[in-house]
Design a protein around this ligand. Sequence first.
Ligand code: NI
Ligand code: MN
Length: 226
Amino acid sequence: MKITYFGHSSLSIEVSGKHILVDPFISGNPLSKDLVDISTLRADYILLTHAHQDHILDAEEIAKRTDAVIVSNYEIAIYYQARGLKAHPMNHGGNWKFDFGNVKYVNAVHTSAFPDGTNGGQPGGFVIEGEHKNIYIAGDTALTMDMKLIPMRTKLDLAILPIGDNFTMGVDDAILASDFVECDKVLGIHYDTFGLIEINHTEAKKKFYDADKDLMLLEIGESIEL
Ligand code: NI
Ligand code: MN
């Protein structure tokens, strides 16, 4: 499994020959818009955690070009189906076996309206059980006790957690989240994109290190292999 970071919460996951794009917000991100060309990104699936602008901005354009299937909660799925795109609706606690692995839509504590005010259902995260490797993409969320349910079903190899604070968990709660999901290997997302979520990288990494955990902060365009 190869994971590439495109800034904010945007990721590409390559697993079993499929390309999965997560929360594509690139053309509106001042940190990534000149580094990542959305017209060349590959996508068989686009996973959307919730309907906020900073997670869906480029989803429609990329889905139109690639014919990718949008995977999200029911309300987000029907919103895109009504716009002529392919979508797979899920809801919290539900699993579906895709051709790249098993996906579960899990709880997040946040909100989820589309930029135009359309109801974006309830926000979520994803647990992906891929070929030999399992990951958790928390989406935008507070620290929540529900995270403790995840390791009861899935042994994670990587937890992808928001760390920017203000709109989501910050670093200290993400360390607790890492305990809750029983995974010490964390990829930080949802930080630095705008002033309200800027973080001190050195301090954040030290806090994880002091808790015997590993926080990865990738450069835009950088990949890791699991
Ligand atoms: Ni959000
Ligand atoms: Mn967000």
